[in-house]
Design a protein around this ligand. Structure first.
Ligand code: SF4
Ligand code: SF4
Length: 283
């Protein structure tokens, strides 16, 4: 079963839940797809099996000898990555999303492609949790889109059987959509605040559009800080609340020191039993 763990907003406890669920499994692959700020490795302290697989995309190279400054490429580019300067096209690498549109559009054959490295995928096992096979993506600073790297990580595990957990990027951008796409089930982690509820609704809209069965985990559920209508929202949207996790100072303290505490293992076991039940029903 491919299970993605996502959240409409950052800081809700998505990675914590992913680690908690992985830590009590007997044989699982955990993927850190939060490639702009991967942090699962801080808790798993893995022994890396390799130096990291480099991931590259193709970006345009402009031959100014052939360019006549016709502006077709700059008009076609939706990301404003090409400007015309001094009668020739000028590319801003940092803005290019590697769509290839300008190459198709140029009638002068003035644009070719070249590789640009965007990040790495590392694989390892944790001496603390030997049942976890771990992959982590890391996006190079200044790379405009995490999508190609996330696709490469998912491709790398596409042949694997058994349970796979994806710790997704926060938010509801293209990166999150790419990470949760094709999941058998998506867990949305939220917190009982107005922001939490608002962003949860956005994330629910995406899983609905992608037709991915979804459940919600409410973190810091006992904090009297805001919106208690999350359960009503789940009820209206017919999305089950898989668990409610109360705030725990002792858990937070241990977690902040880089450990995955035992506390809430029973909650994680309850979530797994619900996931397994859904798996046996064919979800
Ligand atoms: S489309 Fe080709 S010829 Fe026209 S400005 Fe761009 S690179 Fe130059
Ligand atoms: S490849 Fe796409 S994003 Fe990059 S410069 Fe060309 S049109 Fe723009």
């Amino acid at each position: 079963m491919l299970i993605s763990i996502a959240s409409g907003k950052g800081g809700t406890g998505k990675t914590t839940l992913a680690l908690l669920l992985a830590s009590i499994h007997s044989d699982i692959t955990l993927i850190d797809c939060d490639v702009e700020e991967p942090n699962c490795h801080l808790f798993l302290k893995p022994e890396w099996q390799d130096q990291g697989q480099e991931v590259a995309v193709m970006i345009p190279q402009i031959n100014i000898e052939l360019c006549n400054g016709c502006e077709t490429c700059s008009t076609v580019c939706l990301f404003n990555a090409i400007a015309i300067s001094g009668g020739a096209a000028l590319l801003f690498n940092e803005l290019c999303h590697s769509c290839g549109g300008c190459i198709l559009a140029c009638q002068q054959g003035a644009i070719t492609e070249d590789k640009k490295l965007i990040g790495t995928i590392t694989t390892g096992t944790s001496p603390i949790f030997p049942a976890i096979q771990f992959l982590s993506g890391s996006l190079d600073i200044g790379t405009p889109s995490a999508v190609p790297l996330i696709k490469a990580i998912k491709e790398k595990v596409s042949h694997l059987a058994g349970d796979i957990l994806l710790d997704c990027p926060p938010g509801t951008s293209c990166s999150m959509v790419t990470a949760i796409k094709d999941s058998d089930f998506c867990i949305l982690v939220t917190e009982p605040t107005p922001f939490g509820k608002h962003d949860l609704e956005l994330a629910m809209n995406i899983t609905h559009l992608l037709n991915i069965p979804t459940g919600v985990v409410i973190n810091k559920s006992d904090e009297n800080i805001g919106d208690e209508s999350i359960e009503s929202l789940c009820h209206i949207r017919q999305i089950p609340v898989l668990a409610k996790i109360p705030h725990s100072f002792s858990f937070a303290k241990e977690y902040a020191a880089g450990f995955i505490p035992d506390e809430f293992q029973a909650v994680a076991a309850t979530i797994w039993s619900q996931l397994n039940a859904k798996g046996s029903e064919g979800i």
